[in-house]
Ligand binder design. Structure first.
Ligand code: NAP
Length: 289
């Protein structure tokens, strides 16, 4: 029964489409798209994520700037750096790779990124635009990538009962909003949810974003369900998600693998958002002439 929702394949398709359009615009406007990334360089996972994003920028022909911070970097310095990037016409996207070192206030720092360059889609203005279904903001990358997977695999959302496990600001909550917009019936669960198994067994679609290994197994999904695994955990040096793939895949209609499912789609969404910002900037510049 199982069909794979292949994030590697779809992200490549999306990146190719971006590149094709970007190559033409770059020639027309003679301007390069640029993404600035602020990263806590002592966090190993963050460094790998950023390296991957930088590599994809290179493949697209985007410029990328990486600003490394450490345990001694002060909040003031980062905010000043962000303000500089906000005012730099050559920068189209700014992202702060989380987590930051403990002494820094993430919320405060993120709030300084201009909503016009917030390509991660974490700024309250962009989250608010998504809430009211306005299309001119930047949607949060991970749920946006998941919506692209649903579109690619012709997965109908209207009238479906969808359970989102996890209520984070970057995945669970924006995911629920996007699904509501499509008229799905959405339940958002957390670690205190009473009888999660019962809810999961009734769900047509499950999106799990907890980081709890093997939270979703054969006994708590119904046959023919669609399962999206957002979780990323490292067990014995191997990446795995929230879903026991071996057990669950045979009875699903569709499932995303880890790795190769949601991860690459998140990066593709980031590039889509950066390109959207670039297009807005170059076109506004053209209108000024
Ligand atoms: P998070 O801030 O780490 O929060 C985890 C959420 O899971 C919380 O809402 C928590 O409930 C819930 N939870 C924990 N244990 C649970 C349980 N036993 N049953 C039900 N709910 C439970 O969330 P996040 O930042 O969204 O990250 C979640 C996972 O996704 C992590 O593994 C992360 O690495 C991964 N991730 C992957 C991508 C990607 O591109 N693939 C992107 C982002 C995140 P409470 O609210 O009650 O604490």
């Amino acid at each position: 029964m199982m069909n794979l929702m292949d994030g590697n394949k779809l992200s490549k398709k999306i990146l190719n489409e971006i590149k094709e359009e970007y190559d033409k615009l770059k020639l027309k406007y003679n301007k390069v798209a640029s993404l600035a990334v602020i990263v806590y360089s002592d966090n190993f996972a963050s460094k790998i994520y950023v390296k991957n994003k930088t590599k994809i920028c290179e493949e697209l022909g985007f410029n990328s700037i990486t600003i490394e911070i450490n345990d001694k970097t002060e909040e003031k310095e980062i905010i000043e750096e962000i303000e500089k990037l906000n005012n730099d016409d050559k920068i189209h996207g700014i992202l702060v790779q989380l987590p930051l070192p403990k002494h820094l206030n993430e919320k405060e720092i993120l709030s300084h990124i201009s909503p016009n360059k917030d390509v991660d889609g974490f700024h309250p203005l962009n989250l608010g635009k998504m809430l009211i279904g306005e299309k001119d903001g930047f949607p949060a990358c991970t749920p946006y990538g998941i919506m692209e997977l649903f579109k690619e695999y012709n997965i109908e959302l209207e009238g479906k009962f969808v359970t989102v496990v996890g209520r984070s600001n970057i995945v669970g909550k924006p995911m629920a909003l996007m699904l509501i917009e499509k008229r799905a019936t959405v339940l958002v669960c957390n670690s205190k949810t009473y009888d999660l198994d019962d809810k999961l067994r009734k769900s047509d679609i499950i999106i799990s974003a907890t980081g709890v290994v093997n939270l979703i197994n054969r006994s708590n999904i119904k046959e023919g369900a669609i399962v999206v695994d957002v979780g990323i955990s490292r067990v014995n040096n191997k990446l795995c998600g929230d879903v026991n793939f071996e057990e669950v895949a045979p009875i699903c209609k569709y499932i995303t693998p880890v790795p190769g499912g949601v991860g690459p789609m998140t990066v593709a969404s980031l590039m889509k958002n950066t390109f959207k910002s670039y297009k807005k900037y170059v076109r506004e510049d053209e209108n000024k002439i």
